[in-house]
Ligand binder design. Structure first.
Ligand code: S3P
Length: 170
């Protein structure tokens, strides 16, 4: 991948977008941007607080604005928030102008990872069934990504290795 396109990581909460994304950036000597962190920096508060005080709709507007702004960078690894790719404007931009990687895990692993998370507003009062529904809905959307990485049974390094293979052969 020798173009200036960004490498965009997407997938469910708990799929490792930030941790894998930053490892990939280090390996390829690219800059790394975590959009959730950018939102928190911009508003000087946590995502949980934004949801609590201003609501999800407000969060989604800010998320769109900051994600589209960060996507204007080039040759950068960008990890999206779990819901960002469900936004049509973000999705169209990612699909048209960047390389997208969906970190796909089976739902059991994801649920184990996210169900007790206190910092993720969508999981705080969610039952396992709510999370299963969300994963199903999101899977349809994430599957539009250019590359799907099947992560089950792989270590972080193996996942990075798979991405490296794609990176080097495209
Ligand atoms: C969300 C995922 C979160 C964060 C917000 C909403 C979602 O990001 O953007 O809590 O809708 O799936 P992570 O996927 O980084 O946890």
């Amino acid at each position: 991948m020798k173009s200036k396109k960004n490498l965009v990581f997407l997938g469910m909460m708990g799929s490792g977008k930030s941790s894998i994304g930053s490892l990939v950036a280090k390996k390829f000597k690219l800059n790394f941007v975590d959009v959730d962190k950018e939102i928190e920096k911009n508003l000087n508060t946590t995502i949980r607080k934004i949801f609590e005080t201003k609501g999800e709709e407000y969060f989604r507007k800010i998320e769109q604005k900051i994600t589209l702004k960060k996507l204007k960078l080039s040759s950068t690894v960008v990890s999206l928030g779990g819901g960002a790719f469900a936004n049509k404007n973000i999705r169209n931009e990612v699909l048209k102008n960047h390389y997208s990687f969906w970190l796909n895990w089976n739902e059991k692993i994801l649920i184990e990872r996210i169900k007790n998370s206190k910092k993720r507003p969508l999981t705080i009062n969610a039952t396992d069934n709510d999370l299963i529904d969300l994963i199903k809905k999101r899977t349809n959307i994430y599957s539009k990504a250019l590359y799907e990485i099947k992560c089950d049974n792989l270590t972080k390094n193996e996942i990075v290795g798979k991405i490296k293979e794609i990176y080097e052969t495209n």
